[in-house]
Design a protein around this ligand. Structure first.
Ligand code: GLY
Length: 363
């Protein structure tokens, strides 16, 4: 088992336990170092059937009180209606301020459970136990928790850091291949935004990435987690630097909300977003065609889409204007200057971009 730490500017931080079997060891860890008196395990119906009952039984065997609260799977359920239903059930079950949440599942579960933890009785601690590749390498760390409105993704939320993260790669053995690809989109993003050698390694190993298991997979998880935690450590509340993690997401989120969170996985929408935001970087003269082609070739080798679906450019621009990063009415993007490094203007990663230019990349 490996232990990484996400350090925060406050001097505090939290550990990430990474390794095969850590989910089985979660109850004994909580028994020796409790996070709450009792635990509300929040999950979706699919993960409840795969791992939920086992985790619950483990917690009970360790003498811990736990209850499970599940909801129907899918991004379309990541909304305030689900939050209200879970919080209502937790209240009925007597979950109090001295208790904690365990988020057991993928990115949607982590977001809903984290949002409930951040809001329930004005905030209780929580633990992230991600079960998908995407949530392992991205959403389970960094403390961003949010739910969607029909018109905009992740628009209602908090920064609320977990107390501990347990990443067990054995969960990937049951993950459908489309969900695996979704996670690889974030991993390719990590190479593009921060680590040229990592990107080169991904390119060289592209043919076997979707079958990667064991130590090689743990190495990938550790490398992506260290990129993300380094960035979060410097700018947890996204004053500027953390925006680089949103590469591909501004357009990606617009595509997800305009297709009602049903047509694409998050990673698929991010892959399309990386192509389009990469084209924007090209139009701005920040990077060159060769780097954009390298990025898109790797995404396609992982069978991720890069082409914009049939959506009107003006609808996408309107949706981007609602993005949290927009300021003074202008969309803000973090864009690459080459594979492995992001561009800055006047020392800042967040670049204001004229919507007419964005339209140019969409049409
Ligand atoms: N997923 C982007 C971030 O955590 O900042």
């Amino acid at each position: 088992m490996r232990k990484l730490v996400v350090k925060l500017e406050s001097g505090q931080g939290y550990p990430i336990h990474l390794g095969r079997g850590v989910l089985r060891r979660l109850p004994s860890s909580l028994r020796s170092r409790p996070v709450g008196e009792r635990y509300a395990v929040i999950t979706d119906h699919t993960v409840r059937d795969l791992y939920g009952e086992t985790v619950l039984a483990g917690l009970e065997r360790a003498g811990l009180h736990a209850r499970i609260f599940s909801f129907a799977p899918g991004e379309a359920r990541k909304n305030l209606r689900t939050v209200e239903s879970i919080a209502g059930r937790m209240l009925k079950a007597g979950i109090s301020r001295s208790d904690a949440v365990i988020a057991l599942g993928g990115g949607v579960v982590g977001d809903v459970a984290g949002y409930v933890a951040a809001s329930y009785m004005r905030g209780i601690p929580y633990i992230q136990a991600p079960t998908t590749l995407l949530s392992m390498v991205d959403s389970s760390i960094g403390g961003k928790v949010a739910v969607d409105l029909d018109s905009a993704k992740n628009i209602i939320g908090h920064f609320w850091h977990p107390s501990r993260v347990f990443i067990d790669p054995t969960c990937l053995d049951t993950l459908p291949v489309r969900q695996q690809r979704s996670g690889w989109a974030e991993i390719v993003k990590h190479g593009v935004i921060a680590d040229r050698d990592y990107f080169g390694w991904l390119e060289k190993n592209a043919a076997r990435l979707l079958r990667l298991r064991g130590k090689a997979m743990e190495d990938v998880l550790a490398r992506s987690l260290s990129i993300k935690s380094r960035i979060v450590a410097k700018d947890a509340r996204e004053a500027d630097l953390r925006m680089v993690l949103n590469y591909g997401h501004t357009i990606g989120h617009a595509i997800e909300s305009l297709t009602r969170y049903r047509k694409y996985t998050h990673g698929e929408a991010v892959a399309i977003g990386m192509n389009l935001e990469g084209r924007l970087a090209l139009l701005l003269g920040l990077w060159d065609q060769a780097d954009l082609d390298r990025q898109n070739r790797l995404l396609r080798r992982l069978r991720l889409p890069t082409r914009l679906p049939d959506l009107s450019a003006s609808k996408i621009i309107r949706s981007i204007r609602h993005d949290k990063k927009s300021s003074n009415g202008l969309p803000v993007f973090a864009l690459p200057r080459r594979i492995g490094a992001m561009a800055t203007r006047d020392g800042r990663f967040g670049l204001h971009v004229d919507p007419a230019l964005i339209k140019g990349t969409l049409t």
